[in-house]
Design a protein around this ligand. Structure first.
Ligand code: G16
Length: 544
């Protein structure tokens, strides 16, 4: 195989964010832009020659072109085998499973997750290591350094590969395997959950479900598992065909973007269970008839009931949540005497804890939850967890949630996002918050007295690496919290996220409207950060 070396010059904007590099498609289409980043990944790796690389993406616009380029670069750089999802498609959790199952050296996942797709929208790329999880910061820091000094990249002069036919192809020393995107993942799910029980509950009408695949990658996975294997009625999975532009929507499973599902679940005679997943299949939203389960509550409920699920029947070793996720799971951990870890935002921070078996379950407020079965969050896994739980408990989603609140209290929660904020203004807000930290403890507004105010820093208990500046926390003496941080996944300006949480343990107050319950804290948040004053905006772009 002939390979060719191309000279290049660095781009200065290739610093990976919370989950890889996410930019507008047009940025990725600049000459050498994708190639520079991919070569920088390879330049940051050692001893991969002759080994296996997994490759797949969420099918968004530019997925196929990017895959053909990466195949040629992986070939030129000396990988021995490429495992690629049919059509270039692999959900993020499925890619993680394939890396683990076939003991690959690593994988490249192409996705901008819940961000919109299309020629004028977003694309993304990240590298996952041999445990199947996103590369840790040590690697992404080295990768970024490589992007700043890169001077050439290598391409093999081979034809485009037919991505649509499952099978094998050998090109000199390189084996290329195109695999069924769903089969290995479906097999894994059948090992974790009690599929017979779920199937019986669906057949008996105890579970009547709707799943919104949002025209994204989970469509084929959910069709095969929920309808094909578990017998949900045909059409239960809707928006099931993955489209390059997700049908023009944001493939983000929350009530703001999954409005079709939300309408169905809040109608009279709503189905008993509703769920949605995102662009690359790692996020989930859980709903019951006339109820939305916050991701933080979902994690806590999973932890409290893990023994109901075959794979976790012997108990779980511990739990973790990202710092801005509500403290609901902490209460479960305390009651069950389990270790509970608070990590920075980003699934990569759970990897070491899972590998060291310090935790079995983990999750984030950003609609993500998962377990030690892969090293990514997993949307359909969460859906199957809930279905298995409903089938075991023979209770509605609302009853499961209320029973949980009665036992542990309720962490009333919401997140306000201010998107595409001018970078200088956003940095000004963070600086303004930072300057107040030392003066805040002891300060009161109504019932809220600040107990602590700090900037979150995390020391990984496994490798002792330190991640500083991970968001600002203001904690109150009554257990409430306000957290501020800038998103690491946006592609335009800065996104300010404000996370607001109030703990309610009075059982007569558990059903309060969250908007009303959190109104005072929302006002305090504005007094602290001045986002409305500094941006001239009157409300957040998205409330979840
Ligand atoms: C990614 C990360 C998550 C993180 C989320 C939001 O998810 O994997 O760990 O919680 O981004 O991050 P940020 O608040 O920085 O925007 P995904 O689903 O976008 O890959």
């Amino acid at each position: 195989m002939q390979t060719k070396t191309y000279n290049t010059t660095p781009y200065d904007d290739q610093k990976p964010g919370t989950s890889g590099l996410r930019k507008k498609v047009k940025v990725f289409q600049q000459p050498g832009y994708l190639e520079n980043f991919v070569q920088s990944i390879f330049n940051s790796l050692e001893d991969f020659q002759g080994k296996t690389l997994v490759l797949g993406g969420d099918g968004r616009y530019f997925n196929r072109q990017a895959i053909q380029i990466i195949i040629k670069m992986a070939a030129a750089n000396g990988f021995g085998e490429l495992i690629i999802g049919q059509g270039g498609l692999l959900s993020t959790p499925a890619a993680s499973n394939i890396i683990r199952k076939y003991q690959a050296f690593g994988g490249i996942v192409l996705s901008a997750s819940h961000n919109p797709g299309g020629p004028d929208e977003d694309f993304g790329i990240k590298y996952n290591v041999s445990n199947g999880g996103p590369a840790p910061e040590k690697f992404t820091d080295a990768l970024y350094l490589n992007t700043k000094t890169i001077s050439s990249y290598q391409i093999a002069e081979i034809d485009d590969v037919d991505l649509d036919c499952v099978g094998e192809l050998n090109i000199n020393h390189l084996k290329i395997r195109i695999i069924d995107s769903v089969a290995d993942y479906a097999e894994l799910m059948a090992k974790i959950f009690d599929f017979d029980l779920i199937k019986q509950s669906i057949a008996a009408g105890l579970i009547n479900l709707r799943f919104d695949a949002m025209h994204a990658i989970t469509g084929p996975y959910a069709k095969q598992i929920l309808e094909g294997v578990l017998g949900a009625e045909t059409g239960s999975v809707f928006n099931a065909v993955p489209l390059e532009d997700f049908g023009g929507g944001h493939p983000d499973p929350n009530m703001a973007h999954a409005h079709e599902l939300t309408k169905i679940m809040f109608a009279d005679n709503a189905p008993t269970f509703g769920a949605a997943s995102d662009g690359d299949g790692d996020r989930n939203m859980i709903m019951g008839a006339n109820i939305f389960v916050t991701p933080s509550d979902s994690l806590a409920i999973m932890a409290a009931n893990a023994r109901s699920i075959p794979a976790y029947a012997k108990g779980i070793s511990g739990v973790a949540r990202s710092m801005p996720t509500s403290q609901a799971v902490d209460r479960v951990a305390a009651a069950l005497n389990l270790p509970c870890y608070e990590t920075p935002t980003g699934w990569k921070f759970f990897g070491n804890l899972l590998d060291a078996n310090k935790i079995t379950l983990c999750g984030e407020e950003s609609f993500g939850s998962g377990s030690n079965h892969v090293r990514e969050k997993d949307g359909l896994w969460a859906v199957l967890f809930w279905l298995n739980l409903i089938a075991r408990k023979r209770q509605s989603v609302a009853d499961i949630v209320h029973e949980h609140w009665q036992k542990y209290g309720r962490d009333i929660y919401c997140r306000h996002d201010y998107e595409a904020v001018d970078l200088d203004i956003a940095n000004g807000i963070v600086d303004h918050l930072r300057r107040q930290l030392s003066r805040l403890p002891g300060k009161s507004w109504g019932d809220y007295t600040v107990k602590y105010a700090d900037e979150f820093s995390y020391t990984d208990p496994v490798d002792n690496s330190v991640s500083a500046n991970q968001g600002i926390r203001v904690g109150f003496s009554n257990g409430s919290r306000i957290v501020f941080r800038l998103s690491g996944t946006g592609t335009v300006g800065a996104t300010l996220r404000i996370y607001i949480e109030k703990y309610e343990k009075d059982i007569t107050q558990l059903d309060q409207d969250s908007g009303q319950a959190l109104a005072e804290l929302v006002e305090i948040a504005e007094l602290l950060c001045e986002v409305k004053k500094r941006t001239g905006r009157t409300e957040p772009d998205v409330v979840t």
